[in-house]
Ligand binder design. Structure first.
Ligand code: CP3
Length: 360
């Protein structure tokens, strides 16, 4: 795709989503707010539970802004969770330390009617208040990203009651009872559209859809369970709010990422750790904006190992509209000083000379 040079006014992140390239790419990081930051851990303790933190707009807004204050990133991502939708649909949710989310009881066919009738916007109003407060406090040249889980990933949690230890369980369930799964997904599409439109109306500048468990699905099944529902959400959101870009993150789909990149509903595609940057540059950048790719674990290691990985990615995407990010979220063991080094290295532009040195 032909990439005009980005202007320096307004948000570089949004200009890049519009298809502009820049000498230094805009950047933000998945899980940029979280347990690796001492200031997050302090507020998290004050809030009591993770859900209390998500539903306290003052604190959630502060947590959203913590990584911006510390690292001057180009975009903030709303502090919330993909599991707030099942919670708003009436499925009890708790986060157990060391074990992750627990939803109980798992969703059954009999629950679907009740879900369909449920409004998610009213119970999630504290989230929109967080968006409003954050947008007010955020500089004009910084973007605020709203988000939701893609229906397939959210469904895995709803049906298993916790993080899926084996995604094949649900894939089999789809083959055995496709109507139940696709009915649940259709409900999640509708509810997610309502939720995202309310985030945009409160001030979100862009949206990201996370499909963490999209990997491992055969292409025709992936279309039904991941691609079509994500595109249906984006289409409905864009119909209602045409100017909001939507970033798709179908994790682990490999070469099938092209199907997502080709859709007019996709403004950008997130690439994961396993995807070869040269492949993404060749087969995804020609259709859409690319985001991400850096292994979050090299940031735990830091130093030359991290700089070499960053240089390899950035030189690959040089000249294309590209948003620097990870291939999945930061892990709690990430030293914040390494993140500061990472940001400084990307902004320095030294990764360009690193490429020349390597060629000598
Ligand atoms: O900074 C940000 O990225 C914004 C906030 C955000 C969180 N979760 C906060 C969070 C976002 C965008 C998410 C998305 C999310 N949540 C996904 C998709 C992306 C991905 O990571 O794959 C998924 C699958 C979830 C579900 C979820 N939430 C799990 C599995 C867990 C437990 C795992 C863990 O890391 O403990 C959560 C909890 C969660 N969501 C935390 C944070 C900061 C940690 C909770 C804590 O503070 O105790």
């Amino acid at each position: 795709m032909e990439a005009p040079e980005a202007k320096t006014t307004a948000s570089l992140f949004l200009q890049t989503l519009g298809g502009a390239s820049s000498t230094i790419p805009p950047m933000w990081f998945m899980r940029q707010a979280g347990r690796y930051l001492p200031e997050y851990r302090a507020l998290r303790e004050k809030a009591g539970s993770f859900l209390d933190l998500c539903f306290s707009p003052d604190m959630a807004s502060e947590v959203t802004l913590q990584p911006i204050d510390r690292f001057d990133l180009d975009a903030a991502i709303l502090f919330a969770d993909i599991l707030l939708i099942p919670h708003a649909l009436g499925q009890s949710l708790s986060f157990v330390a060391g074990e992750g989310p627990q939803l109980a009881p798992p969703t059954r066919a009999a629950d679907l009617d009740a879900y369909q009738k449920r409004d998610v916007v009213e119970p999630l109003s504290p989230v929109f208040e967080t968006v409003r407060k954050t947008r007010e406090r955020l500089a004009d040249d910084k973007a605020l990203i709203g988000f939701a889980g893609a229906p397939w990933t959210v469904a895995t949690y709803m049906l298993e009651g916790r993080s899926s230890r084996d995604p094949s369980v649900l894939r089999l369930r789809y083959y055995q009872d496709p109507d139940f799964i696709t009915s649940l997904m259709a409900i999640l599409v509708d509810k997610t559209v309502d939720y995202l439109i309310a985030q945009i109306d409160a001030g979100a500048d862009a949206i990201q859809l996370f499909d963490t468990w999209a990997g491992g699905l055969p292409r025709d099944v992936l279309k039904v369970l991941s691609l079509d529902p994500m595109m249906a959400i984006s289409k409905a959101v864009k119909k209602a709010r045409p100017d909001t870009p939507v970033i798709m993150f179908p994790k682990g789909v490999g070469e099938k990422a092209v199907d997502y990149a080709l859709s007019p509903q996709t403004d950008a595609i997130g690439v994961d750790t396993a995807m070869e940057p040269s492949w993404a540059r060749e087969y995804l950048s020609r259709h859409t904006v690319v985001q991400g790719g850096l292994d979050p674990l090299v940031v735990v290691a830091g130093g030359d190992m991290m700089r070499e990985a960053v240089s390899a990615i950035l030189n690959q995407f040089d000249g294309a509209p590209y948003i620097f990010n990870l291939g999945h979220g930061f892990v709690p063991a990430t030293p914040p000083e390494h993140v500061a080094d990472l940001v400084a290295y990307v902004r320095s532009g030294d990764w360009r000379s690193a490429k020349k040195d390597a060629r000598r």
